[in-house]
Design a protein around this ligand. Structure first.
Ligand code: HEC
Ligand code: HEC
Length: 350
């Protein structure tokens, strides 16, 4: 009698503590935490700067040209748009949930949103404007100085410009997806297909080896063997942009994206890129650092083959042997990562 009630108690304890998800042997992350949003005046000033084309040399480019709110804050192109007369060499990243990241860009060469914001403004093939000149322009633009004072109790400086851009980006949060509802305990939030896909993501397909934690990114760098694209190898302007980058960071001109190696010079980091977070991924095609995979179906087929063919490819990748049904379940799971993108319209500018 005693042993029976103990085992009953153990069984109940198991059900209460572990619930149905862990019972299936999956290690799911905690829900994405709620962050304290920056003060409204800072977000508002940052929104203006984000849409203001006066932040570019010839007045044609703003952050929003490449990070389009209608396209999940990316630009929908394989290789990013660029400053007129130039062409870009990497794929535009989405800005959704950047508030949660500690390391930015495909190769992680920036470690704060404030620091990162300066990069595109002075880049020759993004916005092409000297930052000190931008400071003077904004100081002479009626309306802006007051807004900087109200938001930061400070003059317009490089620091307050990048702080405002960073604070605006911190407001671009998506955490109301069916997946998030499921993590928060709503076991009906996922369709049965998506639920099956989740089991594959955390199980047989082992996506969570790298797409781990609440963000679905370990924020680490892996070589998945994504190949160079013909366009990058043959377009003189794209070649020029890449070679300019390589020379700027002290590397040889070349035919290959060095990825994380550009930052660490560790040979093991050749061709390694930061694992992208995956919220809203269904709306930010094409994919990968060079946009070489056009659809999520192609991404799944890529992983099913065990990734690309690169001598430095991560040992974590191996052929998955997914059935057609499993592939579509994984796709349904990736679609369950879609939530509400904050509605942000171009503001009236000073
Ligand atoms: C010409 C297109 C273009 C413009 C303009 C542009 N970006 Fe980007 N953005 C990119 C590309 C391409 C990347 C990825 C670059 C890389 O990793 O080398 C990127 C990456 C980023 C990232 C990193 C996201 C992540 O997941 O790590 C942030 C943050 C960002 N941009 C913010 C901005 C801000 C703020 C502005 C305006 C000041 C801006 N961008 C203007 C194309 C652009
Ligand atoms: C070895 C670590 C690793 C594993 C395992 C892994 N990924 Fe990735 N994933 C990455 C990295 C790194 C990238 C970016 C690669 C690049 O740009 O060259 C990426 C890119 C992606 C992208 C494109 C996102 C974007 O914004 O461009 C998707 C979608 C994706 N992975 C889904 C999956 C799925 C589904 C699985 C399981 C079948 C999986 N990943 C397994 C590391 C991994």
């Amino acid at each position: 009698m005693l042993t029976r009630s103990i085992s009953l108690a153990l069984l109940l304890w198991g059900i209460i503590l572990c619930g149905p998800i862990q019972a299936a042997g999956l290690e799911l992350p905690e829900p994405l935490p709620l962050l304290q949003p920056p003060p409204a005046e800072r977000v508002e000033l940052g929104r203006m700067l984000f849409f203001d084309r006066r932040l570019s040399g010839d007045g044609t480019m703003s952050c929003a040209v490449c990070h389009d709110p209608q396209r999940g804050y990316a630009d929908g192109r394989a290789l990013s748009g660029a400053y007129p007369t130039t062409r870009h060499w990497r794929h535009t990243q989405s800005l959704i949930n950047v508030a949660y990241l500690d390391v930015f860009l495909w190769d992680g060469r920036s470690t704060s949103l404030e620091e990162q914001a300066e990069g595109p403004i002075h880049s020759s093939f993004e916005m092409n404007l000297h930052l000190d000149f931008l400071v003077e322009k904004l100081r002479e633009t009626p309306g802006y100085p007051e807004l900087f004072h109200a938001a930061y109790q400070s003059e317009t400086t490089r620091q307050t410009i990048s702080a405002a851009l960073a604070d605006f980006q911190r407001s671009l949060i998506v955490r109301d997806t069916p997946f998030d509802a499921f993590l928060a305990g709503d076991s009906d939030a996922l369709s049965s297909d998506a639920r099956r896909g989740l089991e594959l993501f955390y199980g047989k397909a082992a996506c969570s080896r790298c797409h781990s934690g609440p963000l679905l990114s370990d924020q680490k760098f892996h070589n998945t063997g994504v190949g160079e694209t013909e366009e990058l190898l043959s377009d003189p302007q794209r070649r020029a942009a890449r070679n300019f980058f390589l020379v700027q960071v002290g590397l040889e001109r070349g035919e290959r994206d060095p990825g994380r190696y550009a930052v660490t010079r560790d040979p093991a980091d050749q061709g390694a890129f930061r694992t992208p977070p995956l919220r809203q991924v269904a709306e930010t095609a094409p994919y990968m650092h060079n946009g070489s995979l056009a659809t999520l179906e192609e991404v799944i087929a890529f992983y099913n083959r065990g990734g690309g063919s690169d001598p430095d490819k991560s040992p974590l990748l191996r052929p998955l042997e997914l059935t057609a049904e499993e592939k579509s379940a994984l796709l349904a799971f990736l679609h369950s990562l879609t939530g509400t993108v904050p509605v942000v319209r171009p503001p009236a500018l000073p």
